[in-house]
Design a binder for this molecule. Structure first.
Ligand code: JCF
Length: 775
């Protein structure tokens, strides 16, 4: 053997072993980068020695020339379908038939999830993969050998020894939920076709005449049984599967043995409860009589084995009719289309409405009123319209109307416009959202605005639920959030359902909300695009309501995580007269903001003259030119007055020209100078932002809170950590610095221990808060 040949065999063996550990045992043994290095080495050696390339090399999973059609394959042993059970009783009946047939009291069953993919057959001769076929009608399928060879966890040759000369394994080809999401995102990005669900994506990917396309799709295989074999393997089904796993074939990690039908039911319930958390979609579980001898005794009834059963979960996709599309008005006035459906049971729940998100979604679906649609309910999320069944479109189907008047208040409805600013130019593009211009004059918006205003994370008015807000608005007692603070106990008492104590409690709760922290108040205002985090950034950086209200959008973009769109939404909100009026009334009626203070150093330090020049969006002025201009001219008024010759000393001709044109426009010049004046007024000084953040004791660290804390709420704990400079995340990863685990901590704690992330209990956490620098 030549040295190249020896090394090629060595590399193939090593890569096969890593593949096996990764895909079959789910225990990766080397970093991806190391795997890639070995793979590249093998590829290079094979390129230099093409005569040494064999079909079972790990490099041969790339697909080949496109076929014009698939050949047909006859299954020596038919690929059967499974009988279905939908109710518990169906499973108990199955068990009774099995026990009667075998004349015993109790039977052992294997249990596995039923993957939602496509059944395929893989044929190994002398341990080499020689053929892959679809199930087809069970008797004849299609030869998809080149396609299955591209699936990463299908072994091209078997590991170990002792396999039957002829070994046909059967299993399901499927796509994981994550793989499906990634594929659809990539397809959408490339303007290609997206798939309705992982099953369709797997089917569309596997039945490709061009196997290079299949190779690019994240398909996986899971083995569930055997077909034709030249000698028996084990005497139980689970024994067979465990042996197949030894030979390198992937089997389900959820495979279990049940000693009785009761244990089968437990398995069904357990998998059902964990269904959402599984990495792939399943539509039920499969039970099989474990003993192969008993399977043979039971035999078949027409095309179904008497020894196996699929216990299905209630279906989560159904077809129904779209009766109408109505429009709902949200807090910010967004007018959202909602599908009114002919009621249908989906996964055990009657569904009569489904969200349509926005008018672009309606257009994407090609939806018309009267259409038959496929709807899906996944877990406890709102039902969604997945697809229109165009074949069933009735002759009198009509288009979904574009909303022109608000369904609640009758005000005009405008299509939102996105203003893109780039290189000194503004382009206006149509947004996807339609918005009622009625604001607080619109009862729908007023109700939602107040529900948000009083919510726990905003003004936190205890006991002011949605129903009471409806009453307050419908009776005309409350016409703006400010009206809450003039409500008297007598007025509340007059409302239906209120008595002496409850009305006093409500008025007291409203009074108790008069002293919010600035960030809560900003959040409570319900500015479009301003969530809790953005509200905190505004409060922390600018310090006072007055500064936040006065801030120019361009100034706001200096703040961490505030982009153009959000900055303009904020600016726009505070420009509007009626918003200013409501805020003024709130302050007059006794709202006292807590913790107002100085401009934060973080903000003062984030501004630089160079940054300002870059943000002005002068054509051709990128970061490089901005730096040169800033260095040479030092201040905006000097730059605005700079003449052509001075400019030409530091920038190219066309840039110099653009700068002159920019500042020759009086309006632009005035705006730019006003921004600079405001930055100065706010107390900016040119420095680096990093230093300030780095100064905080937990800067750069990510913490995770889990379980319940006794001495404080999670929100409080989060606020305290953030004040010390930490980020607080919702899930544990290798980047997590510390996990604070209270009683009842579960999977996050386990994950932290698995990853070796530091864990603190509440006492240690309290000690750390008392002395953060002691860390
Ligand atoms: O996961 C599946 N979809 C699946 C399908 C699992 C099984 O054990 C099966 C199957 C189809 C037929 N077993 C048979 C006999």
């Amino acid at each position: 053997m030549t040295t190249a040949q020896t090394r090629i065999l060595e590399l193939r063996q090593e890569l096969d072993e890593h593949n096996y550990r990764y895909y079959v045992l789910d225990e990766p043994s080397i970093p991806d980068a190391e795997y890639d290095r070995l793979f590249r080495e093998l590829k290079a050696l094979e390129a230099d020695n093409p005569q040494l390339v064999t079909p079972d090399s790990p490099t041969q999973r790339v697909g080949g020339a496109a076929l014009s059609a698939f050949a047909t394959v006859r299954h020596e042993i038919p690929m059967l379908s499974l009988g279905n059970a939908f109710e518990e009783q169906d499973l108990l009946d199955f068990d009774r038939r099995v026990c009667d047939g075998l004349e015993t009291q109790a039977v052992e069953y294997s249990c596995e999830p039923k993957l939602d993919g496509l059944a395929v057959s893989l044929l190994y001769q002398d341990g080499q993969l020689v053929r892959g076929a679809t199930r087809g009608d069970g008797t004849t399928g299609e030869d998809i050998s080149v396609n299955v060879r591209t699936i990463r966890n299908v072994p091209l040759r078997l590991k170990g020894s002792g396999w039957p000369t002829t070994l046909e394994v059967r299993g399901e080809v499927y796509m994981s939920k994550a793989g499906f999401e990634r594929l659809n995102a990539a397809q959408a990005e490339a303007g290609g076709k997206t798939f309705a669900n992982p099953r369709n994506a797997a089917a569309g990917s596997l039945r490709q005449l061009d196997s290079r396309i299949t190779a690019s799709r994240p398909l996986e295989f899971c083995c569930y049984g055997i077909g034709q074999v030249s000698h028996d393997i084990a005497d139980t089904h689970i024994g067979n599967l465990k042996q197949l796993q030894q030979w390198g074939l992937p089997i389900s990690r959820e495979l279990k043995l049940a000693n009785s039908v009761e244990q089968c039911l437990e398995y069904y319930r357990d998998i059902g409860a964990r269904r959402q958390a599984l990495a792939y979609e399943i539509d039920g579980v499969v039970f099989k009589v474990n003993s192969i001898g008993a399977q043979r005794e039971l035999g078949f009834r027409s095309r179904e084995p008497r020894w196996a059963l699929a216990h299905k979960f209630p279906a989560s996709e159904e077809m129904t009719e779209l009766l109408d599309v109505e429009f709902q008005v949200g807090r910010t006035g967004a007018v959202t289309p909602v599908a009114r459906l002919k009621p249908v049971k989906v996964a055990g729940v009657t569904v009569a409405n489904a969200t349509l998100h926005n008018m672009d979604e309606v257009a994407r679906l090609g939806l018309m009123i009267g259409d038959t649609v496929i709807i899906r309910r996944a877990g406890d999320v709102i039902p969604q319209v997945m697809q229109v069944v165009t074949d069933r479109r009735p002759a009198d189907a009509r288009p979904v109307p574009v909303p022109t008047a608000c369904p609640v208040c009758g005000s005009e409805v405008e299509r939102t416009q996105l203003i893109k600013r780039s290189k000194g130019k503004q382009t206006v593009i149509e947004g996807v959202v339609y918005r009622c211009v009625g604001r607080l004059a619109c009862a729908a918006q007023l109700k939602q605005a107040i529900i948000h205003f009083v919510s726990r994370r905003a003004m936190d008015v205890d006991g002011l639920g949605d129903k009471i807000v409806e009453q307050l608005v419908d009776t005309g007692l409350v016409r703006s959030p400010a009206d809450l603070y003039t409500l008297t106990q007598e007025q509340v008492l007059a409302l239906e359902g209120f008595a002496e104590v409850s009305s006093r409690n409500l008025v007291n709760a409203i009074a108790a909300s008069r002293t919010p922290a600035l960030a809560r108040f900003i959040f409570a205002l319900g500015i479009p695009e301003v969530g809790e985090e953005t509200a905190k950034v505004l409060a922390r950086s600018l310090g006072t309501l007055q500064r936040i209200m006065a801030a120019k959008p361009l100034v706001l973009t200096y703040l961490p995580d505030i982009g153009n769109e959000v900055a303009y939404e904020i600016g726009h909100f505070f420009e509007e007269e009626h918003n200013r009026t409501v805020i003024a009334q709130l302050l007059e009626r006794g709202i006292e903001l807590q913790g107002e203070g100085e401009l934060h150093a973080e903000f003062a330090a984030a501004t630089s003259f160079e940054g300002l020049v870059a943000k002005l969006d002068i054509p051709y002025v990128g970061p490089g030119a901005a730096q040169k201009l800033a260095q040479k001219f030092g201040a905006l008024d000097t730059l605005a007055q700079a003449d052509w010759l001075d400019l030409r000393q530091v920038v190219a001709e066309r840039t110099a020209k653009a700068v002159r044109e920019y500042f020759d426009d009086p309006q632009r010049r005035a705006e730019a100078l006003a921004v600079e004046a405001q930055l100065r007024d706010f107390g900016m000084h040119w420095a680096s932002v990093k230093k300030v953040v780095e100064g905080l004791p937990l800067a750069g660290q990510t913490w995770v809170l889990t379980g319940t804390l006794e001495s404080m709420s999670r929100d409080e704990a989060k606020d305290k950590l953030e004040a010390l400079g930490a980020k607080v995340a919702g899930s544990v990863s290798a980047k997590t610095h510390t996990v604070v685990a209270g009683p009842g901590a579960g999977s996050k704690l386990a994950k932290a221990q698995q990853l070796g992330v530091a864990v603190m209990d509440e006492a240690q956490f309290a000690a750390m808060l008392a002395e953060p620098s002691g860390l």
